[in-house]
Write a protein that binds this ligand. Sequence first.
Ligand SMILES: NC(=O)c1ccc[n+]([C@@H]2O[C@H](COP(=O)([O-])OP(=O)(O)OC[C@H]3O[C@@H](n4cnc5c(N)ncnc54)[C@H](OP(=O)(O)O)[C@@H]3O)[C@@H](O)[C@H]2O)c1
Length: 233
Amino acid sequence: MRVLVTGGTKGIGLKIVEQFLKHENCEIHFTGRDQESGNQIVKKDSRLKFHCIDTSQREAIDKLYQDIGAVDVLVLNAGICKDTLFLRMKDEDFDAVLKTNLYSPFWITKAFLPDMLKKQSGSIVYLSSVSARGNAGQANYAASKAGLEGMAKSLALEVGKRNVRVNVVRPGFTDTQMTAALPENLKTEILKHIPLARMAQPEEIAQVVFSLAIELSYVNGQVVTVDGGLTLH
Ligand SMILES: NC(=O)c1ccc[n+]([C@@H]2O[C@H](COP(=O)([O-])OP(=O)(O)OC[C@H]3O[C@@H](n4cnc5c(N)ncnc54)[C@H](OP(=O)(O)O)[C@@H]3O)[C@@H](O)[C@H]2O)c1
């Protein structure tokens, strides 16, 4: 099985790569912008292939497809946030987040989907966020993730008859570099609203991504929330 995971150099993406590595017959391609991290990770196993690209650049995607070719599983995980209050949000901050979190998954899916349709087999998983429901200070991020969910469900309706499944994982507050930058008082405040009273570990998100991608063969067009109960409130 050939797999592509975007943003596999750290955080949730790295754990997704490691989950697939446990599966014997996988060749795992992953992207990131940090060449050194990629080099270190591929040393773990010859089935790992690193592609150092900025997926927010349209031109980079055609080359990525030329380098990799057809895959069976696509995990669109790479994402960024540039949080600030709405009136302070600059056009470039809105643009950068939309390019990385929404346009890039659109471009990459367009590049790799035709092979899946021809083969009549494939599975795509997108990484959204509980912020897709709306979150103060994250208008750009929330817009990108809500857009991603709408795109995924629309695609699921189009390609199901060709045996290509499309699903979304919606993590809550997860212990990665993305959340490490948050002020301690804000983290403490968020934790008060999580019934499990702790952050997710990235591997707990990766397990769900892996299951949706290759094990749960009748789950399609779903958004699976993995947030310790945060959004029950
Ligand atoms: N952490 C959370 O609490 C949380 C919650 C909900 C949803 N999520 C979502 O889960 C996904 C993973 O988040 P994370 O917390 O693991 O983030 P992270 O630790 O910051 O890692 C992000 C990954 O994306 C890659 N990336 C970012 N921009 C890229 C670009 N333009 N081109 C190529 N690669 C790029 C990074 O690669 P390099 O560093 O090598 O550039 C890195 O591998 C994201 O989509 C995020 O929105 C996270």
